[in-house]
Design a binder for this molecule. Structure first.
Ligand code: CUA
Length: 315
């Protein structure tokens, strides 16, 4: 696309080409409608202008013509609606095999942690041709994670998780922005996305340096699970005061007030931070509240550990 319209940025993900196709179609339809409306206006202004010997004639309503035009327009907008919905659903449902990368926004930087535990700041290194899911949260205000070359953007909110996914199709370096005004250094809150081949990614993950990992998020989560005392009530050998966490993630949980909830990331988050909010049926409300005691990183790592205990949760 870049070669045709230098106004457009690179198109480097599977959803970028879909998004560009919709936009191109919308632009062509708009141009066509403009030509028809302005062209007919011009023709009628000349043809039916006021001049001697001609007087206006009232034409009866042509309901057949109205039905045809209305019907064609209906087909056009419904086709666009169907097409747009398909792309929207495709973009909002990460594939089950997507690699999960954690992203935390804070004034004014992006912190990234890979499944291997490796961290980056204001940079996102991803393998080409592999679906990548970003699970994102903020430590302070609302930010927005925006990669123009992938045509994806998602608000990043304090107190909950949002997610977005992509599959990069072209190696290279692409801009990464914060797209929500978040304070004086908002315009500096950005960086680069590096798309590399899967082999280069493996190499990069293994490579050491200041940000090399010695633990995966799951391992850190498991360690926290013990040091924070979670294992006392939830562990296999503990007192069993709390529910079993094996196969919990992604399953449906019955609560003491009779309702049911799916144990997604947001449920796990709430159950740790604000443990009295949703009590699982059959258990006493004795778990301490962890709000203010652990940070967003630790929370994500605990959730990564709970998800590693099975349950098949994909997001
Ligand atoms: Cu973060 Cu703007």
């Amino acid at each position: 696309m870049k070669s045709i319209f230098s106004l457009l940025t690179d198109s480097a993900s599977t959803s970028a080409s879909q998004m560009d196709a919709i936009y191109l179609f919308l632009v062509l339809v708009s141009i066509f409608v403009c030509i028809v409306v302005f062209g007919m206006s011009a023709v009628f202004v000349i043809r039916y202008r006021r001049r001697p010997g001609h007087s206006a004639v009232q034409s009866p309503e042509d309901s057949k013509l109205e039905m045809i035009v209305g019907g064609l327009l209906l087909v056009l907008v419904m086709a666009l609606f169907g097409w747009g919905s398909r792309v929207y659903f495709h973009n909002s449902r990460p594939p089950a095999d997507a690699m999960e990368i954690m992203v935390t926004g804070k004034q004014w930087m992006w912190k990234v942690q890979h499944p291997s535990g490796k961290r980056e700041i204001n940079n996102l290194t991803v393998p080409m041709g592999q679906p990548v899911k970003l699970t994102m949260t903020s430590e302070d205000v609302i930010h927005s994670f925006f990669i123009p070359a992938f045509r994806i953007k998602q608000d990043v909110l304090p107190g909950r998780y949002t997610r977005m996914w992509f599959e990069a199709t072209k190696p290279g370096r692409y801009h990464l922005f914060c797209a929500e005004f978040c304070g004086t250094e908002h315009s500096l809150m950005g960086g680069w996305v590096d798309v590399v081949t899967p082999a280069e990614y493996e190499e990069w993950v293994k490579g050491d340096g200041a940000v090399a990992a010695n633990e995966t998020p799951v391992q850190t989560g498991e360690r926290l699970f013990t040091t924070l005392g979670c294992a006392t009530c939830h562990g296999a050998t503990g007192s069993r005061l709390g529910p079993d966490l094996n196969d919990l993630a992604g399953s449906t949980v019955k609560l003491s007030d009779g309702t049911e909830r799916v144990a997604d990331d947001d449920y796990l988050r709430e159950s740790i931070l604000d443990s009295q909010a949703s009590i699982v049926a059959g258990y006493p409300p004795v778990m301490p509240v962890f709000r203010g005691m652990i940070n967003e990183d630790q929370l994500m790592q605990l959730i990564a550990y709970i998800k590693s205990l099975g349950g098949g949760a994909s997001n």
